[in-house]
Design a protein. Structure first.
Ligand code: IMP
Length: 417
């Protein structure tokens, strides 16, 4: 039986990871975030009530599950507390189960300002970031000048470090971008002001994971964004600034690669993307609009409309290799209901250099509804054939199918714990 399970997105994010993490956490002791920040938007629906999480691991809705934020996550403290307050207002006990690594890099006001200035300067070459300061915060980390959670607890040295950092970043903001300078006071208000409140949540996530392992506990690692947004393997430069693939788990929270037992890729029954960048199977026609409308395809962090297209099986094969995927979970199956025909991208034609063209196989659609179906036998025959085709094209089993937003609207084809 598997102990440590990984959930990651297979394309450009928004595959429905939050729902599956929440479903699987019934059996685990802890859920761990290891990369990204509050650029993520994980939507959970439990008994009709919707919760959107950005930073807090999706295990939080299950009583007793520990939620760990590893050192690979860039942390905006005001946003963390805004999320905690919102959850606690619903009666959920959050802080007693949450641990934040002392090594998380901090997202500061100058990172947000720089993100906005860079995007503005890029004009129509912009990345289409979430505007949360994610990229500039990771830059500071790699440049070895960034602030980390542990820096919050010595105000004198924090102020000194901030003065140095602002000397540098304000030069860029004012002289290069012609923008406004950021003050030390503004930065202290977004960080040190929360130090007392944060302190009890801060811990050594590596040691926590070590203790959980020693106790034989099951752990779930929750990826954010998707594999094609990976800084190294994604559609560079239209990517996020972290490694979103499973390899990031070791560096981003502190378990070695041999401790990962089962890696589940969450993939939509069609493909979507928010922000700019290549999207070979994008549908700029009424079918794309149909998928967008039926799938309510708006970003859960920024509210931006998502671009929609056919299922990209070629990309999934590559992503399967990059992540050692054990299986996939196909989500939003019901959005395809009512289509006469469905195309599956089985390959890319690379003969036109720079611009790969998708090679499609067309399969018949189905008119029946699959919404809320909870057994394989309950699916129409053509929907079952669609699943079999995807398995054959990608060479990977489908262990779960999601047929609606609620936790219970799921076909479980394999018990993984
Ligand atoms: P950043 O992560 O804010 O720097 O944005 C970089 C790219 O990643 C943009 O195309 C964003 O739309 C995309 N992105 C970041 N987080 C998510 C997410 O959680 N879901 C989908 N796209 C995301």
């Amino acid at each position: 039986m598997n102990k440590n399970v990984v959930v990651i997105g297979t394309h450009w994010g928004d595959e429905g990871k939050g729902k599956i993490v929440d479903l699987l956490t019934e059996k685990v002791a802890a859920v761990v975030r290891f990369q990204g920040g509050h650029n993520a938007g994980h939507t959970l629906v439990v008994e009709g009530v919707t919760t959107v999480l950005h930073l807090i691991p999706s295990g939080i809705l299950r009583q007793g599950v520990r939620c760990l934020i590893g050192n690979g996550v860039v942390l905006s403290i005001p946003d963390l507390f805004a999320e905690i307050d919102k959850l606690e207002a619903t009666g959920l006990a959050v802080t007693e189960r949450l641990v934040v690594s002392f090594g998380c890099p901090l997202i500061m006001p100058y990172h947000i300002a720089l993100d906005a200035c860079r995007e503005r300067r890029r004009g129509n070459q912009k990345i289409g970031t979430t505007g949360r300061g994610i990229g500039p915060a990771y830059e500071d980390k790699v440049a070895r000048r960034g602030l980390r959670v542990q820096d919050l607890f010595n105000e004198q040295s924090l102020t000194f470090k901030l003065e140095e950092l602002l000397d540098y970043h304000n030069f860029v903001l004012e002289k290069y971008f012609g923008s406004k300078a950021i003050s030390v006071a503004e930065c202290l208000a977004a960080s040190a002001a929360y130090a007392d409140r944060l302190k009890p949540l801060v811990g050594d996530v590596v040691a926590e994971l070590g203790s959980l392992k020693a106790a034989g506990a099951k752990i779930l690692f929750e990826g954010a964004q998707g594999a094609l947004l990976d800084i190294d393997h994604g559609t560079y430069p239209f990517v996020t600034s972290s490694n979103t693939t499973a390899g990031a788990i070791s560096s981003g929270c502190g378990v070695g690669p041999l401790d990962l037992d089962y890696i589940l890729g969450i993939t939509k029954a069609y493909t979507t993307r928010v922000g700019e960048g290549p999207f070979p199977t994008e549908l700029l026609n009424e079918t794309g609009q149909y998928l967008a409308d039926k799938g309510h395809e708006f970003g859960s962090t920024t509210g931006r409309p998502r671009r929609c297209g056919w299922f990209d099986g070629y990309a999934l094969k590559r992503v399967s290799q990059l992540n050692s995927l054990s299986a996939i979970c196909l989500t939003k199956m019901d959005v395809l209901d009512g289509l006469d025909e469905i195309s599956i991208c089985v390959d890319y034609d690379h003969s036109v250099a720079e611009d790969p063209r998708p090679v499609y196989e067309v399969v018949p659609g189905w008119q029946e509804t699959t919404a809320g179906v909870r057994t394989l036998a309950g699916l129409p025959a053509n929907a079952r054939d669609y699943l079999a085709k995807i398995e054959a094209v990608c060479g990977i089993p489908i262990d779960f199918v999601s047929t609606g937003p609620d936790r219970e609207d799921t076909i479980v084809l394999k018990e993984i714990f």
